[in-house]
Design a protein around this ligand. Sequence first.
Ligand code: ATP
Ligand code: MG
Length: 410
Amino acid sequence: MSCRTYLIKLGELTLKGGNRAGFEKLLRRNLVTMLRARVPGARLRTGNGRFYLTLEQTPETRGEAPAGGETDETDSLEAAVEAALSRLMGISGWAKTRVCEKTVDAVIASCVEEARALLSRGAGTFKAEARRTDKSFPLTSYEICCAAGDAITGAFPELSVKMKKPQATINIEIREKAYVYSVDKKGRGGLPVGSAGRGLLLLSGGIDSPVAGCLMAGRGMGVDGVYFHTPPYTSPQALDKTTRLAELVGAYAMGMRLWVVNFTEVQKRIGERGPPAWSTVLLRMAMMEAASSLARACRAKCLITGESLSQVASQTIENLSCAQSRALLPVLRPLIGMDKERITAMAKSFGTYETSILPYADCCVLFSPEHPVLRGGVKEAGTLYESLCLPPLIAEAVQSAGVRKCGYYE
Ligand code: ATP
Ligand code: MG
């Protein structure tokens, strides 16, 4: 009998010499948290620098033939596992694998089963690749490949061996048990969330900032969020949309607290007393000040934004410097050197794009001047900013901020 297991390959953390055990523990904890509610009874084992996840409740692991209802159950458990692994930071890839005894007959039988599955997926050519850490296995890697190839082409004449660019590769690994798999999925890479402190993401409803949050989660950073809204000028739908984005980013970041800050009075003050051309720069400065004070309250060590150099007027290096001048913590801008096409592709890959392009405008769009300052001087910006007497308004906005929990697995 063979059973289904996921073989999970660890990413960059394998490069961590003495600290590796700590990173692995964190990764394991994150995966267990992701699976706890949705995949009851999943067993996770560590070995050979990999994780092995076994679904106890599949009919196959119970040794039963899949029947109607159970197939659905298996499908939904497997879908839940795949969903978790596709969001887990710190793994380079995974494969759903057959596990069998380390005998030549069992290994070859698993290869034939795997080939049958390949055939049903429409493959016509394949190659076998074998690795063995257990040198007591009676065949060498090369001999395993030959035996598997012969058995498969004998069983399924429609399948032929092709060494260069085959449609599928059947991997055979002989370790403490034997593993056979053909679908190898790419993981998110990076480091496990929780290994690099916590940052506060300035999350708007746009395309960029959710991507920035996901990227920092991929460097191991816990991410909380802050959204500045301007009711009644911005709609409840804009807040819903940002909350949904926080849920999506939170799913990668092992949960996110989203602070919702009412910036209406701050924006009104900027509109009434500031020169129109400066309004966006001044607003950004106010956001940095407010976010810095929130970050302290939530123990974040930095701010994170979705800014990309010169993407819009407020993101020239001069205007970024004006905003930076009000930040009390380092500001991380993971998208700074990326163009919109690349950012959009990442948004699609993280699954945030479809939500980001929903039509509800955020406060910055509504208050954007027609002819904004392109190269604001930090000194002039500072003088204008001081003249607005914003600190009490900002303090009030921060104190009355609401918080919601988004994307937690519990
Ligand atoms: P995004 O797609 O992330 O909205 P953008 O291209 O629209 O970015 P801007 O609107 O200039 O660019 O915003 C730049 C950055 O400032 C955003 O990436 C985000 O980090 C932050 N930001 C802008 N508006 C808000 C807001 N209402 N609340 C919180 N952060 C904001
Ligand atoms: Mg925006």
